[in-house]
Design a protein around this ligand. Sequence first.
Ligand code: COA
Ligand code: AMP
Length: 638
Amino acid sequence: MTDPGLALYKMSLDDKNAFWGECAKLIDWYQPWETVLDESNKPFYRWFSQGKLNTCFNAVDRHVNNGRGEQLAIRYFSPVTDTEYAVTYAELQAQVSRLAGYMQSIGVTKGDRVVIYMPMIPETVYAMLACARLGAIHSVVFGGFAANELATRINDAKPKLVLSASCGVEPSGVVPYKPLLDKALQQSEHQPSNCLILQRSQYQAELQQPRDHDWQQSVCQAPAVDCVAVEATDPLYILYTSGTTGQPKGVVRDNGGHAVALAWSMKHIYDIQAGDTFWAASDVGWVVGHSYIVYAPLLVGATTVLYEGKPVGTPDPGVFWKTIERYQVKSFFTAPTAIRAIKREDPNGEFVAKADLTCLNSLFLAGERCDPDTLNWASEKLGKPVIDHWWQTETGWPVAANLMGVEQITIKPGSPARAVPGYQVEVLDEFGEQVSAGQSGNVAIKLPLPPGTLTTLWQNDKRYVDSYLSMYPGYYLTGDAGYMDEDGYLYIMSRIDDIINVAGHRLSTGRFEEVLCQHAAVAEAAVIGVDDNLKGQVPLGLVVLKNGVDISEDQLHKELVALVRQEIGPVAAFKLVSAVQKLPKTRSGKILRGTMRKIADNKDFTPPATIEDPQTLDLVRSALTRMGYADALLKQHA
Ligand code: COA
Ligand code: AMP
């Protein structure tokens, strides 16, 4: 029997030009490309060179031109502000073209950067699309990040304009964004010439003349402007993501490859077409939000749901299911952590049973490893396929997934299934040799990566090559470790670097350590990710104090938790920290974070032969026990 998924996969690798050339017909081009895959500057592969298009035209205008103007483009639902409304494609076009008109009037043109620091409201989508319309490069910064993180990104991207809102609204209350933006701009060397601020009714921001402008007033006076043709290879956006150092990596996405790959993925992976309703319950500040709240659903003429709320508590654990019923969502995407939060409050699925989910075809999960318990709970309660799929900010769209639009799927809990067409995924040992089925190794993707994946890091080709391409020449290193079974199903088990994943949010332990070391009492710090029943992982810090420092454990804890919140942001969820006399290290001075993690999570380990002082492991064990980890966790679970 033929396997359509496998046949498609083979086609995608055997003749990349034919495969992606055909897929590119999903997009409207002003000028066709000369080469599908441009290998003239390896390892900087480019897709659809010399082709010209506009991503906003493809996501908005062409649907209006094709008679879909009255169809809903966005359904906005905000239980935290008790607001709900819909935006048609024609209305979206009017909003975006006027915002672009305003931006153009203050001098924003193709190639300029625009930072967007905004909550989950339709204006954020307008902002991204308005940049795309002009060929300006947007960089969205997640609202849960602190001023300092925003400043780092502003300094790197050097925007001409910042688009922001007066506040975000969290279940805990209003989060004023404008004071955070002001603080970031005080800290950053680079200064944008203008900031456009959307005043929300929950909080009135102070505007500083002449830099700040009121969104509503400015945009209503602006002329509507048309889409600007850009090269397929021109950047559409920069999205910063955590690397192993405190300096985030600015992932660069192009226009052409991105539009083609996302449109292809909607049909083949998510089984979504024009007129369907798709909902990704994430945030536009993350890659899931970029790809599957904004660009992909709009590129194919579907309706996207923009949700400003949480899986639980806004108001209850049934909000996802009721919203799916109300909007007739066909395919739903969230993070496993959201399902764990729901399961904790509604273990028997009583809220699931209250909603009519006939409309729903499947639930997609990504952002972190999905434990089989969570997957099994969701598939049992929903009675629908629950698809774990794996990808990263860098790839922009799924690397491994079951293809809902192509084949009869087989789900193996714990596995995000097989590699998606376009991605030649291999599991390699330390010498770059493929390991056999079932054996663990580093997960790598043979170059070239397919369209829609990162083209480089913003103004840092060297870091791009060093971080991703240098360990295995000819391959992209994903940074994930795992194995593949004899059917080609991947199992992504952990990171090989110092990145942790907190509630689906990717954070760098190196950045936490930098911040802890800013404290006057701290000489040295080590941060690890420890297992957490809700968030998957949470950060845990161990610090060594400077000689002669006199501070109580309680006071130290309070100050360090506050410092991380102030420097990285609330999203860091940093609550566990304790002092130790000495950190475990190798004789060459490398901190044994992996060993500490194993102690914390009660996993078997052998102390490395190169350990400098084996007694430090006992110090760590007792500190972890005091924090409720290591032995204490065993006892709790016994
Ligand atoms: N703006 C300002 N603050 C924000 C924010 C935003 N956009 N997003 C989160 N925060 C704050 C929260 O208010 C919270 O602050 P607090 O410490 O004052 O309570 C903190 O950041 C942590 O938020 P969150 O990660 O949402 O955790 P939580 O404990 O409030 O809720 C879950 C737990 C599981 C419900 C929540 O993490 C969740 O919905 N996860 C889904 C994950 C997801 O969508 N990931 C995206 C990748 S696919
Ligand atoms: P981000 O770049 O923030 O999207 O985070 C990407 C990282 O999250 C990946 O490199 C993995 O470590 C992890 N991840 C995402 N999805 C999955 C998944 N389905 N299974 C296992 N890990 C995942």
